[in-house]
Unconditional design. Sequence first.
Lengths: 441, 225
Amino acid sequence: MNHEQPQDNLRESATFDRTTMAEIRRAAETGIYDIRGFGAKRKLPHFDDLLFLGASMSRYPLEGYREACETKVILGTRFAKKPIIIDTPVTIAGMSFGALSANAKEALGRGATAAGTSTTTGDGGMTPEERGQSSKLVYQYLPSRYGMNPDDLRKADAIEIVLGQGAKPGGGGMLLGQKITDRVAGMRTLPKGVDQRSACRHPDWTGPDDLAIKILELREITDWQIPIYIKVGATRTYYDVKLAVKAGADVVVVDGMQGGTAATQEVFIEHVGIPTLAAIPQAVQALQDMGMHRKVQLIVSGGIRNGADVAKCMALGADAVAIGTAALIALGCNHPKYDAEFRQLGSAAGFYDDYHEGKDPTGISTQDPELAKRLDPVEGGRRLANYLRVLTLEAQTLARACGKSNLNNLEPEDLVALTVESAAMAKVPLAGTNWIPGQGY
Amino acid sequence: MPSMNLSKNSVRELNQLLHDQAGELTEPEWDIYESGGQHNVACGLNQQLNVNIHDHVGYFCAGMNQHANITVHGNAGPGVAENMMSGLVRIKGDASSAAGATAHGGLLVIEGNTGARCGISLKGSDIVVQGNVGHMSCFMAQAGTLVVCGDAGEALGDSLYETVIFVKGEVKSLGADCVEKPVRPEHISQLKNLLNRAGVDEDPSAFKRYGSARELYNFKIDNAY
């Protein structure tokens, strides 16, 4: 999108700007809403609006590299006989084979394994490539139940019951016909080429009381061995987290509206859900009010990009985070070396979001075998592992600066906010004041 | 022949014993008493067991069944035989909502009636209901067959993919993209075979056949509203 100012004397409407006008023209020409991937592109209050208060006179810092700063996290300590132990609090979020190529899924598994963390399946089931390369694999249990079978369930290291996703809370998955190859169709029991709009609600339970029984069923089938997560898109987060805990979750995953998707309506991505920053304090408050903070672990996702974001999530009370979009970028998504090909598709490197079309030049969000070959899963895994290590090192650096010998010791007291909005959402003081909006003066 | 009384032993104890048979089959015949509507009875079985439950069961009985032959001599709660992969599940009484939801294989026979959403998101299993089925049955069903010897409720087969539905009685209404289709000799033969497998004595020529019109398979602006 070209937003260069044309002439000094021309004034662009803030309401009907060129992006808005282009969308009106596109709708008028096609008669269909815009479908795209990626996450929310609008500017939202985010982790950049928070700052750490490093140690000085009143706090005692740790040496930034040599002194120990624990990063290990144990997930699923509530009921499971075999909780998941990860070496870094950064996990890989659920993304489907179908949305992604088999090479991309394998690369995610390789990278996560090398970095000592978990990866997650997606809508469409578990592939052998992914299971084979993932030392810790979380198996998603989705409304569609595509590819769901008890053999794979027993192979999983944890189960994640998906109620929603930050990019589209209340919406189901979408995989358009051009990506439904023979293999994808076979795994999902669908005719080849059909637009697959997977269910937005689970087929055999309808509310939190039913969900409690469903969780027990999954525990029975897996003999109470593995943790059960519940994933929600961030909306009414305080109540959703409480209900998830009451239903029996070992781990709650909260995905903010900056979380990515392979495909959904643009209007959904940009207009449903709340920012990750606003969701975390609600989730933590819910856990604290139930006396379950740190007993039921909280994983946060949605727009996490660097170690500062990781550290800020943990300071606000998360036990771990999950990354999706950032992991794909580490693999090569939107890489500038493919700019010419992106432009042939009407996009550009750094802007490409038409994952649903299956033409991704990087070989990541495609089922085209020739394009998929472009992603070497070994090299992709190496890049992801490097990136995960950098996230962890950065988070450790900030934790040590705050005097913490464990990432989990970061706390809201270590943070201030740059804006009134972020202060109100994160429930930390506006920088230079002791004022938290909504909590008096 | 082992038996277990679920008023004295827990469902967890029962399921673990049944699961242990997956490794080495030593006790193929099981009788379960006084389940009293408890949930998750005999779910996750993965062996050629014959399990008779001589009482009512709650939610998700026989969930994700593989290979086992499970008979409930009573009524079943929601989600009976959900996501079944293979084997046979028979309910002598009525079944509640979402019977056979997402089941991939095997045969589910319900000798009474079922509630709403019978066969929802069905993925290849066969379901035979001797009584009636509730509303939204076979919603988004993808593969397999539902046979209804009684009547079907509202919105039968809404958003249907490739599941085939046979109904002998009245259909209150069809859901989006579900249409009546002609019954040809191969369909009579298919239905006759399925009724025989289910042990149900019905005339296959008395049924109507319903399936997807396939108008919603790809986006068309004319279907928007």
